[in-house]
Design a protein around this ligand. Structure first.
Ligand SMILES: [Zn+2]
Length: 505
């Protein structure tokens, strides 16, 4: 669930998926922002050769501690240091903690499913079958197919490397071995560990990023030079590493103080997700783009009038200087409460005014339904669930990963790997929900403007300009499609027109 709703789902690969740098697509309320990047390394450790690192570590953390025995009673937890070592069977106290965590996990999962089930508009409007050939020329379809073919390989390779590296961190002692070489206080080792692993991943993914960017340039979608591209990529890497450091410092600190660290960790993950989604537009988005108020004029007046007519309080529409990065068209809503904003790309302003109004009408649909807020809530609950799941899963991977406890700074690798796997697994479910939310925003735009002909013209402009995939295959749809495809959105508009008796071509 994203902390931001993209308007119009231009080619997702060009915009948010694959290898593009630049603003990551909002806050992934789920776990970390760009966990998807926790890419890969080809460096392969000797299998199963886990060596303990018991030499004098600054914080004197033994890898194996005696089983602390049964907890006298539930309640305040004794500060007993790290959990038992990887070789020891769980003691009675740990078994009880695990049962408690499993119950909380079940409750959280049920609440998330209930909220997602009730807040997702499953039946916004039933559309007819999509038919690209009806609205797009053979040349446009061929160009979209060629672009899709050219970007698929770097995208899938990036995904495979991400998976492989996460598996390496979770199922082998690679991470523990690399991080075992670090020295200093535990918190220094956590920070340096995150930076080292992030750097390894990025080093492997960098050539794929260059490849992807080269394709974007070949197709005229990118307007950046390599200096700008590199700066963007380093900035998003910095944001990602900063958030990871923050999370892992808190996590390891909690695990060093208490054995039931998953309780405060779940609360903290929840709070961090809410806070991040709230501050993202004002703290992180300006790192990547300059935002200006839409200049005075008829477009601005019409947009604010439309918002008022819609009953959505909008003080301003912001324009992002996206043209310094891309030719793609987009708009989005981000933040909630005091930080909520509607942003249109400056590239969009060249479109005829009624089409811009249609895009903003779609964004008003997101604002009116509080999609960002609900997405953030589900994401925050998901983050809490992730923390509990980490506690439960860690017990079964710690032996392979060669780390006894989350309290050990060398656990940073396996935690990063698990977070990556978690967000990859959740992606398709988020896409299913997102596509329904996008369809609702489209219906809202049609209800508000009652102009399906312009809606269709706008969709065609978006698809052609952004070289969207007009008929994504099943795998692409599951993995990447946060929006219905352009032909699906056009089919929806035709169904709306028929239902409402409004003529359309
Ligand atoms: Zn949208």
């Amino acid at each position: 669930m994203s902390g931001r709703q993209d308007a119009d789902g231009p080619s997702e690969e060009a915009e948010t998926g694959g290898e593009t740098s630049g603003p990551v697509d909002g806050v992934h309320a789920g776990a970390v922002t760009a966990q998807d990047r926790a890419g890969a390394a080809t460096e392969d450790g000797p299998p199963g050769a886990w060596t303990r690192h018991e030499r004098g570590q600054g914080d004197g953390m033994p890898v194996t501690t005696p089983d602390p025995g049964p907890d006298p009673e539930p309640g305040p937890e004794p500060d007993q240091g790290p959990a038992p070592g990887p070789d020891s069977a769980p003691g009675p106290a740990e078994r009880r903690f695990r049962r408690q965590a499993a119950v909380v996990l079940g409750v959280l999962a049920a609440v998330i499913l209930a909220v997602a089930a009730f807040s997702t508009p499953w039946h916004a409007l039933t559309a007819g079958p999509p038919d690209p050939a009806r609205d797009f020329t053979a040349a446009e379809i061929a160009r979209a197919q060629a672009f899709d073919a050219a970007t698929s390989l770097p995208s899938y390779l990036g995904l495979a490397l991400t998976l492989a590296f996460a598996a390496l961190l979770v199922a082998t002692p690679f991470g523990a071995r690399v991080l075992g070489r670090l020295r200093g206080p535990w918190w220094v080792r956590v920070i340096v560990g995150v930076l080292v692993l992030t750097a390894i991943v990025e080093a492997v993914r960098w050539p794929l990023g260059v490849w992807f960017e080269t394709v974007l340039r070949d197709y005229g979608l990118s307007t950046q030079d390599w200096a700008g591209w590199t700066a963007d990529r380093l900035k998003s890497l910095g944001v990602e590493a900063f958030l990871l450091c923050l999370m892992l410092l808190v996590l390891v600190a909690l695990a060093r103080r208490m054995r039931r660290w998953w309780i405060p960790a779940a609360a903290g993950a929840c709070a961090l997700t809410l806070a991040m989604s709230f501050v993202y537009p004002v703290v992180f988005e300006p790192l990547f783009n300059d935002f200006t108020s839409m200049p005075q004029g008829s477009l601005r007046d019409n947009l604010l009038d439309m918002a008022e007519r819609d009953g959505v309080p909008v003080r301003d529409v912001l324009v992002a200087d996206a043209s310094r990065r891309t030719t793609a068209l987009n708009a989005y809503v981000s933040g909630f409460g005091a930080t909520r904003r509607i942003v249109v790309y400056d590239t969009l302003l060249k479109a005829p005014q009624p089409q811009v109004e249609l895009v903003v009408a779609h964004e008003l649909g997101h604002a009116k339904a509080d999609d960002v807020l609900y997405g953030t809530l589900v994401g925050a609950l998901g983050a809490a669930l992730g923390a509990v799941l980490l506690y439960l899963v860690f017990g079964s991977v710690r032996r392979r990963a060669g780390v006894a406890s989350i309290a050990d700074p060398r656990a940073v690798g396996v935690v990063m790997g698990l977070m990556t796997l978690g967000s990859l697994i959740m992606g398709p479910a988020q896409n299913v929900i997102s596509r329904h939310i996008e369809a609702r925003a489209d219906v809202h735009a049609l209800d508000l403007t009652r102009d399906p002909a312009t809606f269709i013209a706008m969709q065609k402009r978006l698809a052609v300009t952004n070289i969207s995939d007009l008929s994504p295959d099943a795998v692409e749809y599951v993995l990447y499609a946060s929006h219905p495809s352009s032909p699906e959105r056009i089919a929806l508009a035709r169904s709306w027109a028929e239902l409402n008796g409004v003529p359309v071509s």
